[in-house]
Structures are given as structure tokens and as C-alpha cells.
Design a protein around this ligand. Structure first.
Ligand code: SF4
Length: 361
């Protein structure tokens, strides 16, 4: 396992102290020339991107003087560190993916592991009508200095909660229609848990190519951990929705927060769900933002070994059916340079372009 993968897993689970006063920051990290980052140099990876908590109460990482440190050891340079605000739109994959927070996500509350309560709201849109989607697209294109969306391979719709699957489905069709006018032909990915019925899924054939990432988040104690609307989806219902989506030819997966449940529970749940999806789940390392939030950690997940063992187990479950993670999709993943025996290639930052990165998109 490359050293970087161990380091970044640990960094993500702990966060880092900073002198910014922000509760959560995003930053670009450039490894220094030490032997720690041999694999990054070999793979010509010069930059990584992270969003991390600054006040977890357990971190031995710190950002000081534009550098990242662990104890007294300097690890590399930090660039463009800013408040990790909750924005309506932002880029991934060097600007080839547009993420649209269609409802004000910053106002969403209820899932105990969530960090929206620590984020500064800048998601002014509540996209209630047809005019707001083109406005959001135009503003994002302006920031990216692009004329249209013809280069964009995915628009990812993240929602807090819309308040009903009909509203979500209508919104998704609206985004497809509006983005087509800007030359978008890529995948429309819905990331949420409100689309549940066959009728709603069928109606999304109009928005194809379409992808579903069901925000499952955990397998057990769902009513204690998740907001009520999300917890109301049972595991059997979740598998049925995923299977339907798969049958309809949609890209199908789910999201999961790693650290809330025992390794055995993760393993059992992943094996149970694997036949119902078409790609590896989006697996986020749990980032407690307060010492009190750390109480949600499974006792096993209080050590780095848990995350490294989980990684190996997940490689065995999903590698055996040919699924592997995208480097651009998740900045708090258990994988960075390698998945099993395979080196991972692809974009790792929202933007490599200095002046666009400086705009903190
Ligand atoms: S649904 Fe849960 S995880 Fe998603 S934004 Fe709302 S509180 Fe956070």
C-alpha cells in the first residue's frame, strides 16, 4: 500500500488544526520531495485536494505557514486553503464534472455524522423554478471560463431533501432540459434517497444517460443516525430501488460513511448490496467535526487500522467483480494511488488551473 494512501486516510479521519478560524477548510496539497512521496513522484501526481475538519480534537496534523505538518515533520505545501463553504455549484475532475446542490444543502440537518452545520452557507439558490437552473449554470461557466457544457461529462445533483420524489424527478428532467441547451450530453447523476418508486425511475428515462447514487450511508441503527426521511428507507427497499435502477440500465451505486459500524457489519452489508449495483459505492471516511461527534465512531474505528482493514475487505468485495473507485469523485476515500494491485489514474483536484483554483471553486 503506498505511504500516501495510509497518510491521506489518516489525515481525512482526523483533519488538521489551522489558524484560519474556519470550522472546515478545503485545500490543495503538494507533497514535498521526501521519501514519503516516492509513489506520487513515480506516478507524476503533484497535487491532491482535501476538505477537512479543523477542530476534531484528535488531530496531530496542522497547517502552518502554507505547509502541512505532522508533529515537527513537514509533509508538503498547502495552496488555496479557504473556508469550505457550502456552495450551490462546484467543479470536480479539472472542471469536467459540475456538482449542483439543487436545494440549499447548508440548511439541511438531521444526519448525525453530517458536517453541514459546520459549513458557511453560500448556496443561495433554492432552485424553485426554471430560471434558476440556467442562472446557476451560467455563473458556474463564468467561473470556469468556459462557453458551454459540451466538455462536461457529468452533472451531479446533490440534494439535502426535496420533500418528495415527484419534485426530485421533475427537477432532474428540468436540469437535463436546461443543460442540453448548453451542449451537455453527459450523465446526469442523482445523489439522494428520495427517488424510490418504479414510476419515478421510469420517468427518468427522459433524463438519460442517468445515474443513481442512493444515499444509504449506513446499514444499521439507521433511525438513530439518519434524518427521518432518509431513515424511512429500509434496507430491503434500498436493494429494490437499486435493482430497478440497474435493470433500467442506469449507472447504479450508493454512498456509505465508513467509521460508523464494525468491520463485520460493513463486510456483511457490502456483500449483501454488491449484486444490486453497477459500480463501487462512494465510500466516505467519517470526519467528526467535534469531539462529541466522535462518539458516533464504532469502537473499532478509533484506530487507523480499522480504515486500512476496511479498505482491504472492500477491495476483495468489489475488486472481484471488476469495480474500482474514480480518483476525482471523492476526496475522503480509502483509496488515492492504488486499489488492490492496480494503480489509480485520473484527475484528483477540482482544477489544476492556478487562477481558477484561486477562485476556490
Ligand atoms: S440529508 Fe443528511 S447528510 Fe445530506 S445534507 Fe442533509 S443532514 Fe447532511
Amino acid at each position: 500500500m503506498p505511504f500516501e494512501d495510509v497518510l491521506f486516510t489518516d489525515f481525512n479521519r482526523k483533519g488538521a488544526s489551522t489558524q484560519t478560524g474556519f470550522e472546515r477548510v478545503r485545500l490543495y496539497f503538494e507533497p514535498d520531495g521526501s521519501e514519503y512521496f516516492t509513489e506520487s513522484r513515480r506516478r507524476a501526481v503533484t497535487r491532491y485536494f482535501f476538505g477537512i475538519p479543523t477542530n476534531s480534537g484528535v488531530s496531530d496534523y496542522r497547517v502552518s505557514g502554507n505547509h502541512l505538518w505532522i508533529g515537527e515533520r513537514r509533509l508538503g505545501t498547502v495552496r488555496h486553503m479557504t473556508d469550505d463553504t457550502c456552495n450551490s455549484t462546484y467543479a470536480r475532475e479539472n472542471g469536467d464534472v459540475l456538482v449542483l446542490n439543487a436545494r440549499s444543502k447548508s440548511a439541511c440537518r438531521g444526519c448525525k455524522f453530517c458536517h453541514t452545520f459546520r459549513q458557511t452557507p453560500k448556496d443561495i439558490y433554492d432552485i424553485p423554478d426554471e430560471d434558476m437552473v440556467p442562472k446557476a449554470i451560467e455563473e458556474w461557466l463564468g467561473g470556469q471560463e468556459k462557453a458551454d457544457l459540451s466538455h462536461v461529462r457529468q452533472i451531479s445533483i446533490l440534494t439535502g431533501c426535496f420533500g418528495g420524489e415527484q419534485k426530485v424527478a421533475e427537477h432532474l428532467r428540468l436540469v437535463r432540459k436546461a443543460s442540453s441547451r448548453y451542449g451537455f450530453k453527459g450523465e446526469l447523476l442523482y445523489f439522494g434517497s428520495e427517488i424510490r418508486s418504479e414510476d419515478a425511475l421510469k420517468s427518468l428515462s427522459d433524463a438519460s444517460p442517468f445515474g443513481l447514487c442512493l444515499s444509504l450511508e449506513c446499514f444499521y441503527n439507521r433511525e438513530k443516525i439518519l434524518r427521518r426521511e432518509k431513515a424511512s428507507l429500509t434496507l430491503e427497499q434500498a436493494k429494490a430501488v437499486l435493482s430497478l435502477s440497474k435493470e433500467m440500465g442506469f449507472t447504479t451505486c450508493f454512498s456509505y460513511v465508513l467509521g460508523l459500524e464494525s468491520l463485520q457489519a460493513v463486510s456483511d452489508g457490502m456483500k449483501d448490496f454488491a449484486p444490486h449495483i453497477t459500480r463501487i459505492p462512494v465510500i466516505n471516511i467519517f470526519q467528526p467535526h467535534l469531539p462529541s461527534q466522535s462518539k458516533l465512531l464504532s469502537p473499532e474505528a478509533r484506530s487507523l487500522e480499522y480504515f486500512l482493514d476496511a479498505r482491504k475487505m472492500l477491495e476483495s468485495v468489489f475488486g472481484s467483480i471488476g469495480y474500482k473507485p474514480n480518483t476525482w469523485e471523492n476526496y475522503r476515500s480509502p483509496w488515492y494511488l492504488k486499489f488492490g494491485d492496480e494503480y489509480l489514474t485520473g484527475a484528483r483536484v477540482p482544477s489544476m488551473d492556478e487562477h481558477i483554483a484561486r477562485k476556490h471553486l
